[in-house]
Design a protein around this ligand. Structure first.
Ligand code: IGP
Length: 383
């Protein structure tokens, strides 16, 4: 049967002006997924926007595609809000909702931008699909049940502080990069023996050849270092999932997530006792993140995730002046991330103000990761 959507497009405008409270729309997307019925400040969210729009939706079409259309619409709002915060990464391609839908003319015009503009955007678009499939297989209610058997949480920030106090050097978060689960466990154990305070485990498979199996195996092997789940998190579901696999901390990338999402995800992590490493790459992202409540751990990525270029002076640049002062006053721990290879590099970022470093490449280059750690710091930091 021909859809009424096709004949008469609904009276939906995608500009924020049709919605008096764009923040509500952002959270509505989560509530459609059944995850969130309160806003970032704990107030019940208003479903006004969706309700208003639903009243203009024909009920001839099946409710599934209506829901998909709703999700797409709210996703549009989400991208608008993100763009207003200077976020260049779009959460999904501009392809419209289900094929039979012909949207307002202005949006058909915009639909030209269906190719990702850079690698980060491509990763995020793929992640969006991947997470949707995973969620179908394991809906939230099942995941919540599994949480009851999740391994106990380890204190990520406490481990960083203890290591810094012990060695006087930035605490090491050593990254387990692409590896089979058995090799991943060996590497993790060698990092721990070599003096790493915490471990980062890449879990993205498509682009980084990591896996959640690695995370789970390292946790099961009894490694004592707290574990950071290094994932492209775009949905709270992933945090729950990471916890069931033994994550003690998650990475939140400011280039991808709007402030409200970061705030909301920090709250979820807090409830679980997990830490959040909020990653920034430029001044604008740093300023946004410093304005978010509950920030304790900020990572400065020296690698631009849009181009993959690395420049370690980025860490220094972002810690100068007023920003450095705010960080000190608020007792925020800064992690220097990427491109660190030598004791001089470590000294450079320490001088700039970091109390921890996240290192992958330079450690895995060595056949023995323990020797890699000694080479990186210029001395044995294991005891
Ligand atoms: O291997 P390096 O240059 O030492 O970098 C490690 C880590 O900082 C890097 O893997 C990283 C930092 N942030 C990310 C976000 C996504 C993927 C990877 C990363």
């Amino acid at each position: 049967m021909e859809s009424t959507w096709f004949k008469s497009p609904p009276a939906i405008s995608f500009s924020s002006s049709s919605c008096p409270k764009p923040r509500d729309c952002l959270t509505v997307r989560a509530s459609i997924r059944g995850e969130l019925m309160k806003d970032g400040r704990g107030n019940p969210i208003s479903l006004r926007c969706v309700q208003a729009q639903q009243s203009s939706v024909s009920h001839d079409g099946d409710s599934n595609s209506e829901l998909k259309i709703k999700e797409w619409e709210v996703g549009k709002y989400q991208d608008e809000i993100a763009a207003s915060q200077g976020i260049r990464i779009r959460r999904r391609p501009l392809t419209g909702p289900p094929l039979h839908y012909v949207g307002p003319f202005e949006f058909r015009l915009q639909n030209e931008g269906n190719t990702p503009r850079n690698i980060l955007e491509e990763i995020v678009w793929n992640k969006d699909k991947e997470v949707a499939q995973l969620k179908e297989r394991k809906p939230m209610y099942k995941l919540k049940k599994e949480l009851e058997n999740a391994p106990p949480v380890k204190d990520f920030i406490g481990a960083l502080k203890a290591s810094y106090a012990r060695t006087g050097l930035p605490a090491l978060i050593a990254e387990v990069k692409k590896a089979s689960p058995s090799r991943g466990v060996q590497i993790a154990q060698a990092y721990e023996k070599g003096g790493a305070a915490c471990l980062s485990v890449l879990t993205d498979t498509k682009y980084f050849q990591g896996s959640f199996e690695n995370l789970e195996a390292i946790n099961r092997a009894g490694v004592k270092c707290p574990l950071l789940c290094k994932e492209f998190i775009i949905d709270a579901w992933q945090i729950y999932y990471a916890r069931t696999k033994g994550a003690d901390a998650v990475l939140l990338i400011a280039a991808v997530l709007p402030d409200l999402d970061i705030e909301y995800m920090i709250k979820i992590c807090k409830i679980f006792g997990m830490a959040t490493l909020v990653e920034v790459h430029d001044e604008k992202e740093m300023d946004r993140v410093l304005g978010i409540k509950g920030i304790k751990l900020v990572g400065i990525n020296n690698r631009n995730l849009e181009t993959f270029e690395v420049d370690i002076s980025n860490t220094k640049k972002l810690l100068e002046g007023e920003r450095g002062r705010i960080i000190c006053e608020n007792d925020i721990i800064v992690v220097g991330e990427s491109g660190l290879f030598t004791p001089e590099d470590i000294a450079f970022v320490q001088e700039a103000g970091v109390k921890a470093v996240l290192v992958g490449e330079s450690l895995v280059k060595q056949s023995d990761p323990g020797i890699g750690i000694t080479g990186l710091f210029g001395r044995d930091i294991s005891s």
